[in-house]
Write a protein that binds this ligand. Structure first.
Ligand code: UDX
Length: 436
């Protein structure tokens, strides 16, 4: 099939590449001329495992192309995916100006029937708005479909190629049939393509992300309570997770959720509630608890090293909001860095992928190390913010040698408490016994 993807951000790029991988002829449109040139030269603009291989393979096969021309894009694809940014407005709602701006141009430029697919995460009612903006400008027939993505950064290619479900919000038989044909190769395993109305599809995305954010936040509160009463959150987590109604996943406590989706989506759903005269009390609590959780390690640092950290150097391992990505949007590490700098500490940081992004944001406010061990040399403590695999089994002897004192504040519960006791560390984690 001939497909056009408008917007080559994270979602657009993964969508376009994976659709090309199953034999479709994909044209990606972006207004950024330099980015388009880079992509034409087979340069992937984001870090995402496995994407580079698929990207190059499909460009070489002539199935994946790039242009800055929306007109060319509209002439190419029967299905036009909109994968445009929906940034957070000052009031927390999703800013639809990119989506609606492109919709207007689509209306003007369309010369034959097209299916316009909302792939961006958009508030309930957006398909309706997109439809009316296109209709105001169009002279030909079209359908608007809502098809939310459920891609996790770091696993996006796998999530796209083997989705647990595909949600299609459409009230047109013609568009539904086309979308089903497009997605059939991705659900050979028997996973469902769920057809529903546009509004329910739009809400499914927000409800899923908000539920997962709430699940994590619930566990973070249980972890905080464990610390008060002397319980071990690891045991509680396993005790809970073995109940299949609860499930084992997304129960890991830590220093809060971050990234480009959860924080933005929870706030947008809360705001959408307000706009529709509904007060989502549970989401209000999720937002507040998560904000606090991001700096949950700070009181532990202060209790142990003192309120004034002038003269102390602290190492930080992990800066991205989660492993396998260079994304630092809403990363807890940034909140921790701010709090520590405000208390006078000097910081030495290391991350396997996110260093460039942090340098661009923080400049010379912190020192950048080339390796995880260089980061800890001559420092007074180590703080772990992201659970990258290479941090999971470090050389503890080397750690003891490099650190001025063997102190670790672990925001992701990477190590066994008993092991740390044996290894002779002072060890603080989340929801578990302190090792002093
Ligand atoms: C998420 C959704 O999973 C995906 O379906 C949606 O399309 C986009 O948002 P992503 O933001 O890439 O994906 O990351 P995810 O792996 O879901 O993790 C989100 C955040 O939750 C991270 O900050 C992570 O550290 C945190 N998390 C996750 C926990 O703190 N504990 C857990 O048990 C799981």
């Amino acid at each position: 099939m001939k497909i056009t993807v408008v917007g080559t951000g994270y979602v657009g790029l993964v969508t376009g590449t994976c659709l090309a991988e199953t034999g479709n002829d994909v044209l990606c449109v972006d207004i950024d001329k330099r980015k388009v040139e880079r992509m034409q030269n087979k340069e992937v603009p984001i870090y995402e495992p496995h994407l580079d291989i698929l990207f190059e393979r499909n460009i070489n096969a002539g199935r994946l192309k790039f242009t800055t021309s929306l007109e060319e894009g509209l002439a190419h694809g029967k299905i036009i995916f909109l994968a445009l940014p929906t940034p957070e407005d000052e009031d927390g709602s999703a800013d639809l100006s990119y989506v609606l701006g492109v919709a207007e141009n689509i209306g003007k430029l369309m010369t034959e029937y097209r299916v316009i697919v909302d792939k961006s995460t958009v508030p309930v009612g957006t398909a309706e708005k997109v439809t009316s903006v296109i209709a105001e400008n169009a002279t030909v027939d079209f359908d608007v479909v809502s098809n939310p993505e459920f891609l996790r950064e770091g696993f996006a290619v796998d999530d796209f190629m083997k989705p647990e479900r595909i949600v299609i919000g459409s009230s047109s038989e013609r568009a539904t049939e086309l979308m089903q044909r497009l997605y059939k190769p991705f659900v050979r395993s028997g996973n469902p393509i769920l057809i529903m109305d546009e509004k329910s599809a739009e809400l499914t995305k927000y409800a899923s992300n908000s539920f997962l954010a709430a699940k994590i936040t619930f566990m973070n509160e249980i972890a905080n309570f464990c610390e008060k009463v002397g319980a071990d959150v690891d045991k509680v987590r396993i005790g809970m997770g073995t109940d299949s109604r609860i499930g084992k996943r997304f129960l890991f406590p830590g220093i809060g959720y971050g990234g480009s989706c959860f924080p933005k989506d929870v706030k947008a759903l809360y705001k959408s509630g307000k706009d529709n005269n509904y007060n989502f009390q549970i989401l209000d609590a999720v937002i507040n608890v998560n904000d606090k959780q991001k700096t949950a390690l700070i009181p532990k640092v202060v209790n142990h090293l003192g309120e004034d950290l002038t003269g102390k150097t602290i190492a930080i391992w992990g800066l991205s909001f989660k492993p396998e990505t260079d994304d630092i949007r809403e990363a807890p590490s940034l909140y921790i860095i701010d709090a520590l700098l405000a208390k006078g500490a000097k910081l030495k940081v290391f991350d396997p992928e996110a260093m460039d992004n942090v340098k661009a944001k923080l400049g010379d406010k912190v020192e950048y190390a080339d390796s995880m061990y260089e980061a800890i040399s001559n420092t007074d403590a180590l703080i772990i913010c992201t659970e990258w695999s290479i941090f999971r089994t470090p050389n503890f002897k080397k750690l003891r040698e490099h650190l001025n004192q063997p102190i670790i504040f672990d925001g992701r519960n990477l190590y066994d408490v008993a092991d740390m006791e044996k290894e002779g560390f002072t060890y603080f984690s989340i929801g578990r016994k302190e090792v002093l």
